[in-house]
Structures are given as C-alpha cells and as structure tokens.
Write a new protein. Structure first.
Length: 142
C-alpha cells in the first residue's frame, strides 16, 4: 500500500521557518542539519564571527542624532545633514551647522531627486534616504 503525503499550510511554513531560524548547532560546526520537514540544510560557515554582518562606516560623523530640522535649526545634526547632502548629491554646502536658505534649497533638490515629499524639512523619511544615499558607494546621485 502506497502512502500519500498531505501538503498542509503547516508543512508549507515549516521549510521557510526552518531555514530562517536561528543557527543550529550544526551551523556553528559547519556541518549539515535536517530541518523539521526532513529537508537537508547545508551550512558553510568558516568563522562564527561571520554570523553578524556590519554595515559600512558612516561617511559623516558629526552625530547619530536625527531630530527634525528646518530652516533656522542649528547644531551638530545640521552639520550631519549638510555632510549627507554633500555626499548624496554633491550639494557643495559649508558644513557649518546652520540650516539656512542654501541648506533648504539643497534639501528640496535632494527630496525631488529621491522622489520623496519635497518640503525642505529634514524629518524621519529624509534622514533615512539621506543616510542611505550618502553612504552608497555610487554617491553622489542626481
């Protein structure tokens, strides 16, 4: 008598969960392991330190703070934003920490280039795009 395998939603989830789960003992030793679904998973790890990847060093190191900025703002966060604008779009701004008309114009230009809301303000979305673009190996853009 031949047995038939029943494919259920639980079985469909078992493989991705098994593959995406935490590293197993087998993974840390560089050997093979079997997932709960019976599929062999082979791990090729030569060094345990490779389990955590590190991002690139930030090209601008004035601050890690990301407050909302607008014309009239000043301080280290403005210098960080000006540095990012210089890296991301080649804005040519003095990194003086003063959010004046030139910084606002560069912010508008960057936002338009990035395809995000153009308002001349540096909030969460603009910070996110700025830091990504400025740290990209292909910068400057636009």
């Amino acid at each position: 008598m031949m047995m038939r395998r029943v494919f259920t939603a639980a079985a469909a989830l078992a493989l991705p969960i098994a593959l995406a789960g935490a590293p197993s003992v087998a993974a840390s030793t560089g050997t093979s392991a079997h997932s709960a679904s019976g599929v062999q998973v082979v791990h090729h790890l030569t060094n345990q330190k490779n389990l955590v990847s590190q991002g690139p060093d930030d090209v601008c190191n004035y601050t890690k703070s990301r407050p909302s900025l607008h014309q009239g703002s000043s301080g280290r966060a403005v210098r960080q934003a000006q540095c990012y604008l210089n890296q991301a779009i080649g804005a040519g701004l003095d990194e003086d920490g003063v959010f004046g008309q030139l910084t606002r114009s560069a912010t508008n230009e960057f936002q338009q280039c990035a395809g995000i809301v153009v308002d001349g303000l540096i909030g969460a979305q603009t910070w996110s795009f700025l830091s990504f673009w400025a740290n990209s190996p292909d910068a400057p853009f636009c």
